[in-house]
Design a protein around this ligand. Structure first.
Ligand code: NAP
Length: 322
């Protein structure tokens, strides 16, 4: 792991620099290096990204008993290393261009890394409530993923926070398990698509709590209730729940690419399933890409595609070496 912090042994030039060492980035690394491309992954925190802090993943194909996020991350990390991928701790500041090459600059380090292609796999983070008690129950009662954690709430009572497509769709999905789902929204009108709203209104297990915001998450060893503030009545009350699913939007990790890449209004990189961005030779993979389903399985799929596209780009643009 000490090599993770050592930039002395950087190559003069890479075929692929991958920004982000989560499942998309590590998979892109595996595919690129296996195709004999000189590959460097830059990860700003620790390999694995969001997944590394997920307690148990039950929906990643092939792991019948589930697998912990830490273990899956370690396997992906070792797999990438096995094919010769270099993985370093660094945060991308920006990308410059010269003579057909790209130069990735880093925050806090006076280094520019020369590369033929860049794969951006810097991920996205679900927005947090930022109220007392939230951090205490992260990953053990507070969830940002119904597909991942819904099954833990069989016959329990859960609160879903938010009024967009995710909250309403995931709230409906959670009624497969939970006996009661409260959807808590800060206004009296949903942002979600009409078709999703109609389905949720018709679901007897869903109850909406309007004009309300979460002030606190309460409990000793597990969540017991949330404190809600009713903005219309100006009053607070406690709502008994066993779990809280937060769907109040996402933040993409794309600050460094503003002005260079085409982003949507939430900062996600616009690229289709071939992962091509508006800049030739720069690809976007995983949660950072504008897409419908943000899951590990869709992230690793993107990673594989992006590596293939990078290889093709090198063949076409650097024919003597590709
Ligand atoms: P979103 O559309 O940004 O909605 C976030 C919701 O959370 C809004 O209702 C917002 O309230 C509320 N909210 C934001 N900050 C809050 C806070 N601090 N406290 C309480 N509530 C807060 O996010 P999303 O639902 O995750 O959707 C993201 C994108 O993915 C959208 O483009 C969506 O259409 C798309 N998506 C599509 C589908 C589908 O088509 N099947 C499914 C999921 C997501 P306000 O309404 O008052 O702003």
């Amino acid at each position: 792991m000490e090599d993770f912090f050592n930039f002395d042994n950087l190559k003069e030039e890479y075929d692929v620099v991958i920004i982000g060492g989560g499942p998309a980035g590590l998979t892109a690394g595996i595919y690129a290096a296996r195709d004999d491309l000189n590959t460097l992954i830059l990860e700003k925190n620790f390999p694995g990204g969001q997944v590394a802090i997920t307690e148990i993943i039950e929906n990643y194909p092939g792991f019948l008993e589930g697998i912990s996020g830490g273990e899956l991350t370690e396997k992906l990390f070792q797999h990438a290393k096995q094919f010769g991928v270099e993985i370093k701790n660094g945060m991308c500041k920006g990308i410059e261009f010269c003579d057909g090459y790209k130069y990735v600059s880093l925050q806090y380090k006076d280094i520019k890394i020369k590369t033929k292609t860049v794969i951006i796999a810097s991920g996205a983070k679900p927005k947090h409530l930022e109220v007392p008690g939230e951090n205490k129950f992260l990953g053990r009662g507070i969830s940002f993923c119904a597909t991942c954690d819904g099954a833990f709430y069989k016959d329990k009572v859960v609160a879903v926070i938010g009024g967009g497509d995710s909250a309403v769709e995931e709230g409906h999905y959670l009624t497969k398990f939970a006996k009661k789902v409260y959807i808590v929204h800060r206004r009296d009108k949903l942002r979600a698509a009409k078709i999703l709203q109609d389905r949720a209104f018709a679901n007897p297990k869903i109850e909406f709590i309007w004009n309300s915001v979460v002030k606190k998450v309460n409990g000793e060893d597990k969540i017991e209730s949330i404190t809600l503030y009713d903005k219309k009545l100006g009053k607070t009350h406690d709502l008994k729940v066993d779990g809280v699913f937060v769907f109040i939007g996402w933040n993409a990790d794309t600050e460094a690419f503003k002005g260079l890449l085409e982003l949507d209004e939430s900062g996600f990189i616009i690229a289709d399933e071939t992962t091509h961005t508006n800049v030739p030779g720069i690809f976007a993979a995983g949660d950072v890409r504008k897409k419908e389903l943000r899951q590990i399985v869709t992230a690793v799929a993107d990673g594989a595609v992006a590596a293939k596209m990078a290889e093709r780009y090198i063949e076409e643009n650097f024919p003597q070496e590709g």
